[in-house]
Design a binder for this molecule. Structure first.
Ligand code: FRU
Length: 484
């Protein structure tokens, strides 16, 4: 009988539950020096099932401590996705003594009599930094007479109108509601008809403001995750809209579809609430999986992990305004440079391999392409397992190929290439983070992200830089290895 090391895919730098199933990040909030991560959790099995909110805390968003379950199902249903905010001024009346956290989540009720499921929004509050919770006795606080898909409330304080705002996924639209006390909600507007991708149900919206090119100018960004639809090859993924928001209505500046990530494995991501103003970052993380195969990935006893936390910014890249993402700076202290690379020429005659056998590896590359037709990086997990990152200079296409990366047979789609078009390839910057079961690639200072699961026997034995039919020059680059 073959015995497997069931912990072999457990990540070093990414949050994963100790046991059993996890999906979306929920209720992410910063309060009293701690980052809170709640998550969709089935504590009884390693596949999706009756949802609870699991809970973890961290001082730096990398090193997480899992705490007891925060929210259990009750007579109104199981606990689907949602958000959390600090009620600094006791608008809700839950905090007569000192501020605390309010969770706003979806109750999901399956009906035994065959009538449609019911999704409503409910509240819970905590006086002890999220350790224990009281459900509001007047739950639910928001329902809908006919909509079956009515979920994933993301609430934030809108200073200009001095109101709480909620973005809610409502079928294939996002509906905005407002409230003065988190309890009574008023319809504001609905966004999404005839715009964006409608390849699946809309889920887990988030709306926030970002500075444009680090200037005084600001724009609003609406993230919308799109569920898996078996008719399409891509599985679940996340689109975004850039536009304006007047406290009631969101208007997009563009018609074309924008994807947040070109990898398969970044879904249902939303941003932290209550990051202090002096910090000023918009920090986001997603569930690092895809509904197409999330229940089948080859881990046992536990399933799924989150992406690294990332800062989001709005930047013009070649005339296009993009949401740019990069891992948070807190990650830096986990890596030590083990190889520095400067003025290294690589040609078809000679690739260059660097041995780095560590639990997690960071690769930072600045590549000038002189005349190669293709170039890139091979992550050799073992002698026979590899993931190949290729840039094609003729088509300006970046490809991540995980066909030979290790275990892939659990899903027909898993080996499909993950690709995107770059605007130019004469100069390319790559920031790659490899962990036990994942590869996150940030291209050109985060202009494009490619987040991909892999299931090799080892993280990475060698990093190989290659060029075909010509020469590349690698400068100002390095490889870092994880140290505990
Ligand atoms: C997104 C999602 C949400 C829902 C939750 C249920 O992945 O489908 O819309 O609240 O997962 O676990």
């Amino acid at each position: 009988m073959t015995t497997y090391n069931l912990e072999k895919y457990r990540p070093t730098l990414h949050f994963a539950p100790q046991r059993n199933w996890m999906n979306d990040p929920n209720g992410m909030v910063y309060f009293k020096g701690e980052y809170h991560l709640f998550f969709q959790h089935n504590p009884n099995d390693s596949i999706w099932g009756p949802m609870h909110w699991g809970h973890a805390v961290s001082k730096d968003m990398i090193d997480w401590q899992e705490l007891p379950i925060a929210l259990y199902p009750d007579e109104l249903g199981t606990i689907f996705s949602g958000s959390a905010v600090v009620d600094w001024h006791n608008t809700s009346g839950f905090f007569p003594d000192e501020p605390g956290i309010v969770a706003i989540f979806t109750h999901h009720l399956d009906k035994a009599d065959g009538t449609p499921t019911i999704q409503t929004q409910s509240l819970a509050y905590s006086h002890d930094q999220g350790r224990t919770w009281t459900k509001y006795e007047g739950n639910p606080v928001l329902g809908h007479p006919t909509k079956v898909d009515f979920r994933d409330p993301k609430v934030f304080w809108h200073a200009e109108t001095a109101k709480w705002l909620m973005a809610l996924a409502t079928g294939q639209t996002v509906t905005f509601y407002s409230s003065l006390n988190l309890i009574d909600w008023q319809f504001e507007s609905e966004f999404g008809d005839n715009i964006g991708s409608h390849e699946g149900v809309w889920e887990c919206p988030d709306l926030f403001e970002l500075a444009v090119d680090n200037s005084e100018e600001k724009k609003w960004v609406l993230l919308v995750s799109i569920g898996d639809n078996p008719q399409f090859e891509s599985g679940s993924r996340t689109q975004y809209f850039v536009g304006s928001f007047d406290g009631s209505t969101f208007t997009a500046d563009h018609q074309e579809i924008q994807w947040l990530d070109f990898g398969k494995d970044n879904y249902a991501g939303v941003s932290f609430s209550d990051i202090p103003t002096e910090d000023g970052r918009r920090i986001y993380l997603g569930w690092m999986s895809n509904w197409r195969y999330a229940n089948q990935v080859p881990t046992e006893g536990w399933r799924s992990q989150m992406t690294l936390p990332r800062t989001l910014a709005l930047q013009h890249v070649g005339g296009q305004l993009l949401v740019v993402q990069n891992p948070v700076k807190e990650l830096d202290s986990y890596f030590t440079k083990v190889v520095e690379i400067d003025d290294l020429f690589i040609s078809s005659e000679e690739s260059k391999a660097f041995a780095v056998d560590k639990p997690s590896v960071e690769i930072v590359l600045e590549i000038d392409n002189h005349d190669a037709k293709q170039f890139g990086v091979v992550l050799s997990h073992t002698a026979s397992q590899k993931t190949v990152l290729t840039i094609d200079a003729e088509t300006n296409r970046f490809t991540l190929d995980r066909e030979r990366s290790g275990q892939i047979v659990f899903s027909e789609n898993f080996s499909n290439h993950q690709e995107l078009n770059l605007q130019a390839t004469n100069q390319v910057k790559l920031h790659i983070i490899v962990d036990s079961a994942s590869i996150e690639v940030f291209l050109n200072e985060g202009a494009y992200a490619v987040t991909s699961l892999v299931y090799p026997d080892k993280v990475c034995e060698e990093v190989v830089l290659f060029a075909l039919d010509g020469t590349i020059q690698v400068t100002n680059s390095y490889i870092g290895a994880f140290h505990s």
